[in-house]
Design a protein around this ligand. Structure first.
Ligand code: SF4
Length: 368
């Protein structure tokens, strides 16, 4: 049975029986003592919008730990939006390799060019204008507006969504409860200090109000938390069971000539768009007929294909991929790109291709 305060319509002073101003103050005090010192937070409240934007794009679907070295490397190589706009896309994709979701890197470059050309190198400040830029959706626009420009925008990332769902005991699938969570987030956001508030909520979710085993005993807003009062903190957010991912498979070709391996570049759009890869058949469900890449048809008779032992598997967001790897001598093929076997780790291969590179190196036939 629901608590009488649970699922109550929010109002501006009291949220499900809690005093908003007091909650905001407790959160702010905790954040000033315990907030995380992250590289993109240097500069206190006077943040460089370029670094805020870069960090927010990198942090989409990616952890702080993974992002940190990439962020530092990008800021060293390209310290301004103009510097990033001026480099070739391939350099950006190379530097992004391993961070995943490569459409972000292409949009990053497109956004840097737009801000440089159309906005004289200055990011717009309002969420509405920010959302018109490539790669910036509603969440990222709100985060940049609040954190870089202290605009009173309500920011809702995964951590904040969970904290709000628990504070107000929203025991529904967050996807279905999106509108309510948005409403609470807007009412919780202060008119001034929205950036600190957003980062405090993010940190609370990351450090204390964790997905499992929230540390309610030391939580600065425990006195305001309805889920804690009801003893249901661990049951929120409610997650519907995930459907099983489909499996796809393909053949990959490790074609070698003089200690070098043949790569190719993927089409600019789509999964791993614009990244280097090994030639392969299309990634399809198991029942699909095999369509070999042209290059396999051009191997000379001495280039008989041989299957390497084992294989490589990888899981993307929407499917599992199983790969068999075939090798052949490719003396009859001239056009590249060819990369020395020992340099495969240095050319900016995405994670899946690095797995294949390591498998190929381990099992390849020694040169004749
Ligand atoms: Fe999260 Fe517990 Fe704090 Fe509630 S009291 S916000 S569940 S950590």
């Amino acid at each position: 049975m629901n608590h009488p305060l649970q699922n109550k319509k929010p109002n501006t002073d009291q949220l499900a029986g809690t005093n908003i101003r007091l909650l905001q103050r407790r959160l702010k005090d905790w954040f000033s003592e315990e907030g995380r010192a992250l590289p993109w937070r240097k500069g206190g409240r006077k943040r460089d919008p370029y670094r805020v934007w870069l960090s927010e794009i990198m942090l989409q679907q990616t952890t702080v730990k993974t992002v940190t070295p990439y962020f530092e490397s990008f800021c060293t190589r390209w310290p301004t939006v103009q510097a990033l706009a001026a480099v070739p896309l391939e350099d950006v994709l190379h530097a992004w390799a391993g961070l995943g979701y490569y459409a972000r890197a292409r949009n990053l470059k497109a956004c840097a060019e737009t801000v440089t050309k159309d906005f004289d190198g200055q990011f717009p400040e309002s969420p509405t204008d920010l959302q018109k830029l490539p790669g910036i959706g509603a969440y990222t626009a709100a985060a940049i507006a609040a954190i870089a420009f202290d605009r009173p925008a309500a920011v809702i990332d995964g951590n904040i969504e969970r904290v709000i769902a628990r504070l107000f005991a929203i025991d529904d699938d967050p996807k279905r409860a999106k509108a309510r969570i948005r409403e609470y987030a807007a009412l919780l956001t202060p008119a001034q200090g929205a950036g600190d508030h957003a980062e405090a909520m993010m940190d609370l979710g990351a450090i204390i109000c964790r997905p499992t085993s929230p540390d309610c005993e030391i939580c600065p807003v425990a006195g305001h938390c309805l889920a804690r009062r009801l003893g249901i903190a661990e049951d929120i957010p409610v997650r519907p069971p995930r459907p099983a991912l489909p499996r796809r498979s393909a053949r990959v070709y490790w074609l070698e000539r003089d200690g070098q391996v043949r790569l190719r570049r993927r089409p600019a759009k789509g999964l791993l768009g614009g990244m280097l890869e090994f030639p392969a058949t299309p990634w399809e469900d198991r029942a699909s007929p095999l369509t070999e890449p042209d290059i396999v048809g051009r191997l000379s008779p001495s280039g008989a294909l041989e299957k390497l032992p084992g294989g490589v598997s990888h899981t993307f967001t929407h499917f599992h991929l199983d790969l068999e790897i075939f090798t052949a001598k490719a003396d009859s093929i001239d056009e590249g790109p060819w990369v020395a076997v020992d340099d495969l780790e240095k050319v900016g291969l995405p994670t899946l291709m690095l797995k294949i590179a390591r498998h190929g190196r381990r099992h390849r036939r020694p040169a004749d």
